[in-house]
Design a protein around this ligand. Structure first.
Ligand code: AMP
Ligand code: MG
Length: 342
């Protein structure tokens, strides 16, 4: 294992954020720069792949320059370039990977391809000393999975959603309620206003062992709104502008998602007594109520709980650089044949 200090440039363009960061093995994260395209996709109610890749192309050079500048380094000071190769939107991933390969070739730097999900899994370790093995709950707009994490880069998926992701459930219900995209923060805000009560008792998915399911929940919310004469299925329009109704739906939804997540955590902790800690990562981990609830579930079993700072929950370059550092220490380098989705 190479024990010399290493400085890594991390590049992330898998979806709708152009991100770059510098991480060094002796100083941690020294810059973490991000351009979010959310405002460009808002009016379409979701990410438009073509717009996303074009925007990455426009922004990537400036974002990398900013990351270097904020860390007070130049490309010459970088030892390794780490870049997301999968999963993600192909057109978006290609921008980051092609840019990273061009830099690697021109500046004769080592390059490492990083799996975006692995980067989320270890994002809780950027600022915390998390013991192994631990249980990681990764919840984002596209994925919701449970991992048994044995060491850096060594993990197995022990449960996952069978349909929609948790973030997707928030986004889709928010759309039904005429709330802006992304829906998660809006749902959290409305639920906070009414104190996280379970007004409508939506059905919880059961009997799925360590797996989850959120698509039935989304349908349950829809038909409950229809039954209240608050939603028209034909025109797909909300018929009510009652703030109280929106608050009650948001609150009931969040409580329901909490119950589903805490149920699988408790099952996993019983099934794998070797687990030393619980982590919560991904964009949904920005949710303060869920963070607290998952922490409570972990402490019931005397397990410490870790969630990354919000800036490391959503997509970011620091988590890519972080994976780059332990892969570089193990000499797990890629080469210029590096491709997306492999
Ligand atoms: P990611 O896919 O990791 O970029 O995360 C984006 C997803 O996280 C979207 O589905 C958001 O709705 C969700 N999200 C972001 N903030 C929150 C929050 N405060 N509560 C719940 N979900 C959230
Ligand atoms: Mg992500």
């Amino acid at each position: 294992m190479n024990q010399n200090p290493l400085r890594i440039l991390g590049i992330e363009t898998s979806c709708d954020e152009t991100a770059a960061a510098i991480y060094s093995t002796d100083g941690g994260v020294s810059s973490n720069v991000l351009f979010s395209q959310i405002d460009m996709h808002k009016r379409f109610g979701g990410v438009v792949p073509e717009i996303a890749s074009r925007s990455h192309l426009e922004k990537i050079q400036g974002i990398i320059n900013d990351a270097l500048e904020q860390a007070h380094v130049t490309l010459d000071d970088i030892d390794v370039i780490a870049v997301t190769t999968k999963p993600g939107l192909p057109g978006s991933l290609l921008v980051g990977v092609c840019f990273a390969k061009a830099l690697s070739w021109a500046k004769e730097k080592q390059i490492i391809g990083v799996n975006h999900l692995e980067a989320h899994i270890f994002s809780s370790c950027i600022e915390n000393n998390v013991p192994f093995p631990h249980l990681c709950i990764a919840a984002s707009g596209g994925h919701t999975s449970l991992y048994l994490v044995r060491d850096f880069g060594v993990y197995e998926c022990i449960g996952q959603t069978r349909d929609d992701a948790a973030g997707e459930a928030f986004d889709k219900v928010a759309k039904m309620l005429d709330l802006p995209y992304p829906g998660g923060p809006e749902i959290e805000k409305l639920a906070t206003e009414v104190g996280f009560k379970d007004f409508f008792s939506y059905p919880r998915s059961k009997h799925l062992a360590l797996d989850l399911s959120f698509s039935g929940l989304k349908t349950a919310v829809l038909y409950d709104l229809v039954a209240r004469n608050a939603y028209d299925l034909k025109t797909k329009k909300l018929l009510s502008d009652s703030l109280e109704l929106k608050q009650q739906v948001a609150s009931s939804l969040l409580v329901c998602v909490r119950d589903m997540l805490t149920t699988v955590i408790e099952r996993a902790l019983k099934q794998y007594p070797e687990i030393q800690a619980v982590t919560f990562v991904g964009g949904v981990a920005c949710n303060k109520y869920l963070r607290q609830s998952l922490q409570d579930a972990a402490s019931k079993y005397q397990k410490p709980f870790f969630a990354p700072a919000p800036k490391y929950c959503g997509d970011n370059g620091a988590m890519i650089a972080f994976v780059g550092h332990y892969k570089a220490q193990r000499q797990e380098f890629s080469d210029l044949f590096l491709d997306i989705l492999h």
